[in-house]
Design a binder for this molecule. Structure first.
Ligand code: ADP
Length: 212
């Protein structure tokens, strides 16, 4: 089973992707995570990508498609794509890539959420730099900023501030939201209310995936 998670920034794609892969044994491919991991070096290309991400714009399709192709080739199980495709070019390239690999896309889960609710979520978002687990300080009423799984100190993502959120949201509306009708026309789109609690959103996802 191959699925795409489509949503505005901070709707909960990463959190739901982690729940999906643990239940359905699929591979989680997050282009945002792959980019953040590749930015540990201090070379010119890393600096350039970091600057693009912190300005809320999209990294070039060429870089993203190279990352995706490598990940897909090594995936023996189905994949959950989180943060890709993010525009029409990427969606069409992904179709061609799947065709070459003799695979198909099974569903696109569209996590819908009002802009203000998503914006409020980024302020409390923390990530574990070691295992990648995502937390929300407000929703989980946490007192210590430590990862519950590996006890590393949690960090805030550099692009999780109100100003960058506004820019990321603008980019989403302009470049990514047209993919909603793109996949609707193909009969693949399933809309889920992502303003609900994490467990409620996941229950709805399970109902959909059990039918796919
Ligand atoms: P979000 O929480 O906003 O969904 P991500 O972690 O998915 O954030 O992505 C962070 C940033 O990485 C994006 O704002 C963008 O600059 C870059 N990025 C991630 N995926 C893609 C993609 N498919 N195409 C271009 N840029 C991407």
């Amino acid at each position: 089973m191959n699925i795409i998670l489509l949503a505005p920034p901070a709707a909960g794609k990463g959190t739901q992707a982690a729940l999906i892969v643990s239940k359905y044994h699929m591979k989680h491919i997050s282009t945002g995570e792959l980019l953040r991991k590749s930015l540990k070096q201090d070379d010119d290309i890393s600096k350039e990508i970091k600057q693009i991400m912190n300005s809320g714009k999209l990294v070039s399709d060429e870089i993203i498609l190279q990352l995706i192709e490598k990940e897909l080739e090594s995936a023996e199980e189905g994949v959950v794509l989180d943060g890709f495709p993010r525009n029409r070019v990427q969606a069409i390239e992904y179709e061609e890539l799947l065709q070459r690999l003799g695979q198909k896309l099974d569903a696109v889960l569209y996590l819908s959420i009002p802009e203000e609710v998503a914006k409020a979520r980024i302020i409390g978002r923390r990530t574990c730099p070691t295992c990648g687990k995502i937390y929300n300080m407000q929703m989980e009423e946490m007192t210590e900023e430590l990862c519950g799984s590996c006890h590393t100190s949690l960090i805030s993502r550099e692009d999780d501030n109100e100003e960058t959120f506004d820019l990321r949201y603008e980019t989403y509306m302009r470049e990514t939201s047209p993919l909603i009708s793109f996949y609707q026309e193909k009969g693949l789109l399933k809309e889920i209310d992502a303003s609900l609690k994490t467990e409620e959103v996941f229950k709805r996802i399970e109902l959909i995936l059990n039918e796919v």
